[in-house]
Design a protein around this ligand. Sequence first.
Ligand code: ADP
Ligand code: MG
Length: 416
Amino acid sequence: DQSVNTTLKERLKEIFGFSQFRGEQEAIIHSILAGRNTFVIMPTGAGKSLCYQMPAIVSEGTAVVISPLIALMKNQVDQLNAFGINAQFLNSTLSKAEMNKVKKDTLNSSLKLLYIAPESLTKEENLDFLKKANISFVAIDEAHCISEWGHDFRPEYRKIRGIVDNIGNLPVIALTATATPKVQQDIQKNLQMEDANLYKTSFNRKNLYYEIKPKVEAKKQLIKYIKQNKGKSGIIYCLSRKTVEEIAELLRVNDVKALPYHAGLDPQTRMHNQDAFLNEDVDVICATIAFGMGIDKPDVRFVIHYDAPKSLEGYYQETGRAGRDGLEGNCLMFYSYDDIVKLEKFNKDKPVTERDNAKHLLTEMVSYANLGVCRRRQLLGYFGEFLDKDCGFCDNCLKPTEKLKVQHEVVLALQT
Ligand code: ADP
Ligand code: MG
């Protein structure tokens, strides 16, 4: 076993240029290599991709990686190719010739990782070809998409188990960054992997400071905050495209280098604005939640929720983009009852099946915003993790009296 370990570590250095495994990465890789079903729950940025990339590279045959977004797949495939690993994706954007090349490389086992969307997986012709291939294991990334209780349910994800069984008797590794105990159970049940090796690490982001302020004169507060943090990188999340544009414009007229990002912009502008933020041509990006998935900027110093988020899962993900380098990370939410009413209205337009869950997610968020107890305790408790004492590093811990004043102001604001 010792020699296997050295080899893995050597390969880590040789291929990825990292000198150490992080956290439980190595144990997870061994679990997969031993052919065990494996369930990984680790926060965003922890390094989940490596947990399936590494065993895929050192195993015979091809690993199938199921991922919900073409952009995420492309990102990883480009990265792996740059490291000299043969990885490809199979989806509707490929030409016939490209498709054939991917299939050929899989069938002769020169392909190490085949990324595929669940929609493509259900196609008959793809299924036939996968049955003929030598598949080492199946990785299911963003596995919370399986659960209706999560914040990002994809019905096709629930078909994966059946399809995998159809391909062969293969070990499965499921990975997610957002699993409340309920979602976790749902994933394990649906994938029939109650017996899986479970790796769950803490969700505590100790360097993040959580703070909520009443949304009173929010624009004034926002500008003051940004000016105090001049030159630092930050993300401002807004609910609508219109607000995104409005806030970006407001910042620009106040001499802040800021750009908007939302799905209503044409792809070229979106790409340009994202790059401008990543390359630090601008300090601030104002965005809808369309921004951020798979984005890896380590030195984001603040994340502001100008509008209240729809769920604590979303809030945790979005605030999690601050301070990924372990240094300063400030998370500020502006909260108002009006925003909740707006979100409730959106929920009413949803199909019945989603409505109850959306309501439940929102209620949890509202109680987080309203309660005067340690934020970190509440947030981690929501993910099934318990702190034995208050964190001492959130607004409720550090400014309990201000909190009372704030609640009083909210009451006054509501009355006027
Ligand atoms: P997750 O999927 O858990 O959000 P990623 O797989 O995208 O995280 O990894 C986040 C970042 O951590 C990436 O930039 C990745 O290259 C880096 N990383 C992963 N493992 C290691 C490691 N052992 N040493 C150093 N950096 C690592
Ligand atoms: Mg990931």
